[in-house]
Design a protein around this ligand. Structure first.
Ligand code: AKB
Length: 314
């Protein structure tokens, strides 16, 4: 097996590349990035290449050169950056995905192409959002994710490309900080708690969103890719849940572990994006079709985040 990870320098990419290298061997996992320098452990741990998913010929050369048969396509522009630059978001998320799918069709590759809770919008039930429901997002990121899910399913049905994907909630991790997302506050708060014992949060205290700890997200990603094709009724659009909490509940959980921690709330334009997303997700299709079950709740995640960040940040 020869695997390529696009967006390998990003928040999910760094964790996923490391885990894939542990599972399949360092030399069998190629980390691809565009302009962010690769973190040292990714750069030194196995093959790395610079490339741009919007350049199909350049991408084809990379895939041919390494004889790639499986791609985890993580390169994407997230929701907040997508609202500042919708054209870039469309280009990377849709033209880039189209290139990945075309090359996969020509090379018979397996693909993982993530979606997001950003596919939901006003009109979607807020609590326990069902698998099949209204998909009318109000962000460019959400629009590209809905279209991306449909495009992936089209390539499966029309060309037999085995492409799988899940709707990631906000992902929380201590290894690499996310950039350009709406759920980034749920990571920043832990960093700022350890560094300064205070945080100014950019959403309201009562903002409740679906979230997940990165080890669960990585496990779910690998479990979906390992599932027998015949057990899947869905392919690119699995609802995927870990936990849900409000920004205030998150701050309280940190205060209970960090005496004196202070969190204030000053909503900015990302509040509108957060308000358009559900509070909690029904992921029964994922549990029925490939056995998904999360391991972390808010308490267990907070213990692990703070322990690792204290060590990492000194
Ligand atoms: C974002 O906030 O844009 C992402 C996401 C939920 O897809 N973390």
């Amino acid at each position: 097996m020869m695997i390529l990870v696009t967006g390998a320098a990003g928040q999910i990419g760094t964790d996923l590349t490391t885990t894939l290298r542990e599972k399949f061997g360092n030399q069998n996992v190629v980390a691809m990035g565009r302009k962010t320098p690769m973190p040292k452990d990714i750069a030194e741990g196995g093959p790395c290449v610079m490339g741009d998913v919007t350049d199909i010929e350049g991408y084809r050369k990379i895939v041919d050169g390494y004889q790639i048969d499986t791609v985890y396509h993580l390169a994407a522009i997230l929701s907040a950056t997508g609202e500042s630059n919708p054209q870039l978001c469309y280009d990377v998320n849709l033209n880039g995905l189209y290139n990945i799918l075309e090359v996969a069709k020509d090379h018979g590759q397996r693909l993982f192409c993530p979606s997001s809770i950003a596919v939901f919008g006003p009109g979607t039930p807020l609590e326990n959002t069902p698998q099949e429901t209204v998909l009318k997002p109000t962000t460019m990121y959400g629009v590209t994710k809905v279209a991306g899910e449909l495009l992936c399913d089209y390539y499966f049905h029309k060309y037999g490309v085995d492409v799988r994907g899940i709707r990631y909630p906000g992902l929380i991790s201590w290894k690499t900080r996310p950039t350009g997302g709406t759920t980034d506050y749920a990571v920043e708060i832990y960093y700022e708690a350890v560094l300064n014992n205070r945080y100014e949060c950019f959403v309201r205290a009562d903002t409740k969103l679906p979230m997940m700890y990165m080890p669960d997200a990585i496990k779910g990603t690998l479990d979906l890719m390992d599932a027998p094709l015949e057990s899947l009724k869905h392919h690119s659009d699995f609802n995927f849940a870990g936990m849900s909490f409000s920004a205030q509940e998150l701050a309280d959980c940190i205060s209970a572990r960090m005496p004196g921690f202070e969190c204030t709330f000053k909503p900015d334009s990302r509040q509108n994006i957060a308000d358009s997303w559900p509070d909690s997700i029904d992921d029964s299709a994922a549990s029925e079709e490939w056995g998904w079950k999360p391991s972390y709740d808010l308490e267990k995640m907070s213990d692990d985040m703070l322990e690792n960040l204290k060590r990492k940040l000194g």
